[in-house]
Design a protein around this ligand. Structure first.
Ligand code: AMP
Ligand code: MG
Length: 414
């Protein structure tokens, strides 16, 4: 297949222009499974919250008027006519100069409009001495002050975290409609690739990419289907990919996209349907042979085999697509400014990405030090890298000490 490298910007544009903007629709799921999902409906409460006037303290429910003259050395005396507990509706009616003992969270009985804190009272058999006056509504949370029946509590598009899930529980919701998340099948290819856990025959290496990329899918909000290694022949590859098109929204393969005699992934992907391969090589370093296809409306990303390149291209091209298809705003990457430790050269005519490690120099300034790899395949690069910087295609180098923007790959405190 003839390769004309597409610029990074054009590849991104074409990718997003070809994507079906329709999100994947929604599904109803139990509330406890809704963490980190995006709500696909407005939530309107059918209840007032709280559903009744309730006490916010342990103490005594009173008519506020009856306490007006209470002072530290001149307490008012009321008659205790009963006790209220939480979870029940009090049958007691409070009349003038009466009170009932109550607790935090219990309904305010009819006739009462305030609660005196227990700390400001003294019990003497059936009488209560009150040492501090209360005003109407004092220590009472009134029905509907938190949420009113008919209020829109949460809006479609909202990300659900602990507070939102708490609010849904508060209004009695136990199932919610959320946007579906893209299902992403992840394959490795190559005759040398062996499943971890099996013994390693001479000339073989263990599979990294299906593991790192499946995890990266999860980190990006997608649902990975781990497919492991596809046997190294064209028929097996074609059948596996065909199958995956039925069960997933996105497919990722790695390996077999270079120009070796067995690098037939792009050809096979292209034969699966229309429009087929739309991007066949990108002017980036690393990751030049990256191939992107669409079969119908499903994107198929064929990433290079080198683990560092594969993961970097994932972050640059696949992750935004997963976020976009989730109906999520494309979450901007976390970035930090740092000073470059050494002069760095770009690959001629290609946007160059360099993995870096972050540290502090003696003046506490953040320093970005490129990770020496030798080859983009060195797996240790992945675990050493805190992030990456980019050098534009038209720029020859970035000088040492120049300020650079580092896109973070992990959450590390520098
Ligand atoms: P390829 O893109 O297939 O030419 O692979 C480039 C390099 O990455 C080769 O050294 C492969 O052995 C290696 N490689 C390819 N796939 C994987 C994988 N899944 N895990 C680890 N290394 C891989
Ligand atoms: Mg290979």
């Amino acid at each position: 297949m003839f390769r004309e490298l597409m610029t990074y910007d054009n590849a991104k544009k074409l990718l997003f222009a070809t994507l079906d903007p329709q999100p994947l629709g929604s599904e109803k799921i139990p509330l406890l499974k809704a963490y980190n999902r995006i709500l696909s409906e407005d939530i309107i409460t059918k209840l007032d919250i709280p559903p009744f006037n309730r006490s916010t303290v342990d103490g005594y429910a009173v008519k506020a008027d009856d306490t007006y003259e209470s002072e530290e050395n001149k307490p008012t005396t009321l008659k205790i006519i009963g006790t209220i507990s939480v979870g029940k509706c009090p049958k007691i009616q409070i009349r003038k100069n009466n009170t009932v003992e109550t607790v935090t969270g219990a309904p305010i009985p009819e006739g009462a409009n305030a609660v005196v804190m227990v700390e400001n009272t003294q019990k003497q058999e059936n009488n209560l001495l009150i040492y501090r006056a209360v005003t109407p509504d004092e220590n009472v949370m009134k029905k509907g002050t938190d949420l009113k029946k008919g209020d829109t509590v949460l809006m479609s598009g909202q990300l659900l975290g602990a507070p939102e899930i708490g609010v849904l529980a508060a209004i009695g919701v136990n199932y919610v409609n959320v946007l579906k998340i893209p299902v992403v099948s992840v394959f490795s290819t190559g005759a040398e690739i062996t499943e971890p856990g099996k013994s390693l025959a001479p000339g073989k290496i263990y599979d990294i990419n299906a593991y790192s990329l499946s995890t990266a899918v999860k980190e990006s909000g997608g649902k990975p289907i781990f497919m492991g290694v596809i046997p190294d022949n064209e028929v097996a590859l074609k059948n596996a990919l065909k199958q995956a098109l039925f069960t997933s929204d996105i497919i990722i393969t790695s390996g077999g996209v270079s120009v070796g005699p067995r690098d037939y992934t792009p050809k096979i992907v292209d034969s699966l349907g229309k429009p087929g391969v739309i991007i066949s090589g990108i002017a980036v370093k690393p990751g030049k042979p990256t191939t992107i296809a669409f079969i119908g409306n499903k994107p198929v990303f064929s990433l290079p085999g080198h683990p560092t390149s594969a993961l970097l291209i994932f972050y640059l091209f696949v992750r935004p697509v997963i976020q976009y298809l989730s109906g999520n705003k494309v979450i901007s990457e976390k970035i930090v400014k740092a000073n470059l430790a050494v002069r760095l050269f770009s690959a001629k005519g290609r946007k160059t990405f360099v993995t870096v490690k972050l540290s502090r120099d003696k003046n506490q300034k953040i320093l970005a030090t490129p990770i020496q790899t030798g080859a983009s395949g060195a797996i240790t690069t992945l675990s050493k890298a805190d992030g990456f910087i980019e050098i534009p295609a038209n720029q020859q180098f970035i000088d040492s000490n120049e300020q650079v923007t580092v896109t973070l790959l992990k959450n590390k405190k520098v």
